[in-house]
Ligand binder design. Structure first.
Ligand SMILES: Cc1ncc(COP(=O)(O)O)c(C=O)c1O
Length: 397
C-alpha cells in the first residue's frame, strides 16, 4: 500500500459522504410550527390521521406468535422457508408452489434482496452491466456500484410530459450485451408512479428472452397499485417467457412491517445444475453479509398467509390503503386539471414537474414538504388537505 496512506491517521482517508436529504426534510418538517403543514417527503404509507399504524392482521399474528413460539434458536441462512413458500403463492401464483425451477430465501427487506442479488451477479460475472432507468429509487445506484457492478443508465420517464420514455428503454435493451442485467420495477414505480403497460411488458419480456438478458425485478409494492393479483400479472407473464430471472421482494410496505426488515430474493432458473450452484452461492454470500435474516416479521407474514381468516384481514386492510391513495390521486386531479396525470400512475409516489426553487417556495410559503426532485408521497396527505395542496400548486403546474 501507498506509504502516504499508511502514514495517515486511521479513517482520515475516508471521503465525506452526502447527508441524507430526506432525513433532513423530516427534521425540518418536525421543527415547522405551522398547523397546516403537509409532509409529502417521507416514503411510508400514512392514514388519514398521518399515522403509519401496525396492521390489525400483523397485531393478531404477533399475539399468536408470542404465545406459541417456543424457541428463538437459529433457523439458518435461508431464513424461514415456510415464509418463503407461502409468499411464492402470493407473488407467483398458487400453481408455482412446489415448482422446482423457482425458489428463494428470506432477506433483510427488499434492500437486502437487491444487495444479495448484486453480490451474486458480481460473483458470477465480475463487473457485469446492469441497465437502470432514470429516475429510479435513490438506493439502486449505490447498491449496484458498491457490489462492483457497472451501471448503464437510460431515460425511463419524462417529468415535463409525465410520460414513460419507452423508446429509450427499448433501445437500451437492443444495445445491451448478452448476459447483461435489466433492472425493472414490478409496479408502483418509485419515484414516478409510472408503470409499463401490459403490452410494453410483453415487448420487454420478448427482448430479454431473445437477447439473453437477465431481468432483475424489484417488487416492493405488491397490492398497493391495482391489487395483489393484478400487480403480479406482468411479472408472472415475464417469467413464462424468460428462462432465468431474479426477483427482489419487500414485505415492508404491503404488510407495513418497515423496521422489521422483511423481504426475500427469489430466483427462477430452469437448469437444475445451475440452479443448485446459484442457491449455494446465495447462501454463501448471505452468510457473510448478515448470516441469518431477522426472524420476527417473516414469522408474522408466514402466520398471516397460512391462516385464511388472517389473510382476509390483511387483504382488506391492504385494499383500504390502496383505495385511500387512489382516492387522493382522483381528488387532486379533480381539484386541479394540471394534476390529471396522477390518475394514470400507481402507488404512493409521483414526481411533480417542479424546479428545486419551486419546491423551496412551497415549503417556505405554504409549509408543503417534498423532496427537491419534486417527488411526493401522496399518502402523506389527508383528504381535507387536497384543496390547499391543489391551490398551492396552481401557479406552477
Ligand atoms: C423501489 C424500491 N425497492 C426496494 C425498496 C426497499 O425496501 P425495504 O428494504 O424497506 O424492504 C424500496 C423502499 O423504499 C423501494 O422503493
Amino acid at each position: 500500500m501507498n506509504t502516504t496512506l499508511l502514514a495517515a491517521p486511521l479513517f482520515a482517508t475516508l471521503k465525506n459522504q452526502p447527508s441524507d436529504s430526506l432525513l433532513e426534510l423530516i427534521q425540518l418538517f418536525r421543527a415547522d410550527p405551522r398547523a397546516e403543514k403537509i409532509d409529502l417527503g417521507v416514503g411510508v404509507y400514512k392514514d388519514e390521521q398521518g399515522r403509519t399504524p401496525v396492521m390489525a392482521a400483523v397485531k393478531q399474528a404477533e399475539s399468536a406468535l408470542l404465545s406459541a413460539q417456543e424457541s428463538k434458536s437459529y433457523l439458518g441462512t435461508a431464513g424461514d422457508m415456510g415464509f418463503v413458500d407461502a409468499l411464492i403463492a402470493v407473488v407467483f401464483g398458487e400453481a408455482r408452489r412446489g415448482d422446482r425451477s423457482l425458489s428463494g430465501l428470506q432477506t433483510p427487506g427488499g434492500t437486502g434482496a437487491l444487495r444479495l442479488a448484486a453480490e451474486l451477479l458480481n460473483r458470477a460475472r465480475p463487473g457485469v452491466t446492469v441497465w437502470v432507468g432514470s429516475p429510479t429509487w435513490i438506493n439502486h445506484f449505490p447498491i449496484f456500484q458498491d457490489a462492483g457492478l457497472k451501471i448503464s443508465e437510460y431515460k425511463y420517464f419524462d417529468r415535463d410530459t409525465q410520460s414513460l420514455t419507452f423508446t429509450a428503454l427499448r433501445k437500451a435493451l437492443e444495445t445491451a450485451q448478452t448476459g447483461d442485467v435489466v433492472l425493472l420495477h414490478a409496479g408502483c414505480h418509485n419515484p414516478t408512479g409510472a408503470d409499463l403497460s401490459a403490452d410494453q411488458w410483453r415487448e420487454i419480456a420478448a427482448l430479454c428472452a431473445e437477447r439473453s438478458l437477465l431481468p432483475l425485478i424489484d417488487m416492493a409494492y405488491q397490492g398497493l397499485g391495482h391489487g395483489l393479483e393484478d400487480d403480479a400479472d406482468a411479472l408472472r407473464n415475464l417469467l413464462s417467457v424468460v428462462p432465468d430471472a431474479l426477483i427482489a421482494y419487500s414485505c415492508n410496505k404491503n404488510f407495513a412491517l418497515y423496521r422489521d426488515r422483511v423481504g426475500a430474493l427469489f430466483y427462477q432458473c430452469a437448469d437444475e445444475t445451475r440452479r443448485e450452484r446459484l442457491r449455494g452461492n446465495l447462501i454463501h454470500l448471505a452468510r457473510t453479509l448478515w448470516s441469518m435474516p431477522p426472524d420476527h416479521g417473516a414469522a408474522v407474514v408466514r402466520l398471516i398467509l397460512n391462516d385464511a381468516a388472517l389473510t382476509q384481514v390483511w387483504t382488506d386492510e391492504l385494499a383500504t390503503m390502496r383505495g385511500r391513495v387512489r382516492n387522493l390521486r382522483a381528488a387532486l386531479a379533480m381539484a386541479h386539471p394540471g394534476l390529471s396525470f396522477l390518475t394514470r400512475q400507481n402507488g404512493l409516489f409521483s414526481t411533480l414537474p417542479l424546479s428545486p426553487e419551486q419546491v423551496l417556495d412551497l415549503r417556505t410559503t405554504h409549509g408543503i414538504y417534498m423532496a427537491s426532485s419534486g417527488r411526493v408521497n401522496l399518502a402523506g396527505l389527508a383528504t381535507a388537505q387536497v384543496p390547499a395542496l391543489a391551490k398551492a400548486l396552481k401557479p406552477f403546474l
